[in-house]
Design a protein around this ligand. Structure first.
Ligand code: PNS
Length: 164
C-alpha cells in the first residue's frame, strides 16, 4: 500500500489545498493530510483541532484520505507511518526555492522521504491561506477561495477577529 503525506499549516485549508489533496488521492492508495508546524510562520489563527476539523469537513468524498497532526519533523512522521512520499503543491517559481530546500532536507533526514510536486491549477496560482485571512479580515468575499462547508466558520472567525 502506497501512502503519501500532504503536510501544511492549513490555517485555514483553501480550495488550492483541496485540489492538491484530491489529485494526490488519485495517485496514492492512502493520503494523510497532516497539520504540521511551520516555525517560520507567526502564531496560527486557528487551533490545530479547528484546522483538522475544517479539513475533515471538506474531504468526506475522498475515501482514502485521513487527517492527522504532528508537531515533530516531517521526516520522522514518514518513518513512523511508513508513508513513501510527501506531496506538495507548487504555485509559482517563487515557491520553488523553499520547497526544493525542504525536499532536499527531508531526503537527507530520511532517505525514504521522496517529495512529489504537483503544479497548481492556473486558477489557484495566487491563492494562499494568508490571502484568505487578509480578505476575510476586511469583510471581503472569500467564497471562491474556500469550500462551502467551512466558509462561514472561517469568515465569522476572521471578521470577528479583525474587530477585536
Ligand atoms: O503550509 P506550509 O506552512 O507552507 O507548510 C510547511 C510545513 C508545515 C509542511 C513545513 O514547515 C514542515 O514540514 N514542518 C514540519 C517540521 C519539519 O519537518 N521541518 C523541516 C522541514 S525540512
Amino acid at each position: 500500500m502506497r501512502t503519501a503525506v500532504c503536510p501544511g499549516s492549513f490555517d485555514p485549508i483553501t480550495l488550492g489545498h483541496l485540489d492538491i489533496i484530491e489529485r494526490a488521492s488519485h495517485l496514492f492508495d492512502k493520503v494523510i493530510v497532516l497539520v504540521s508546524f511551520n516555525s517560520s510562520k507567526s502564531k496560527a489563527v486557528f487551533t490545530v483541532n479547528e484546522r483538522m476539523e475544517m479539513i475533515q469537513k471538506v474531504v468526506p468524498h475522498l475515501s482514502n484520505v485521513v487527517v492527522d497532526c504532528y508537531s515533530g519533523l516531517l521526516a520522522d512522521y514518514l518513518k513512523m507511518t511508513g508513508a513513501c512520499a510527501i506531496v506538495k503543491g507548487l504555485r509559482a517559481v517563487s515557491d520553488f526555492e523553499y520547497e526544493f530546500q525542504m525536499a532536499l532536507a527531508n531526503k537527507k533526514l530520511f532517505n525514504g522521504a521522496e517529495t512529489v510536486f504537483l503544479t497548481t491549477r492556473g486558477e489557484n496560482m495566487y491563492l494562499s491561506s494568508s490571502l484568505v485571512k487578509e480578505i476575510a479580515s476586511f469583510g471581503g468575499d472569500i467564497s471562491d477561495f474556500v469550500s462551502d462547508e467551512v466558509h462561514d466558520f472561517i469568515y465569522e472567525r476572521l471578521t470577528k477577529k479583525s474587530l477585536e
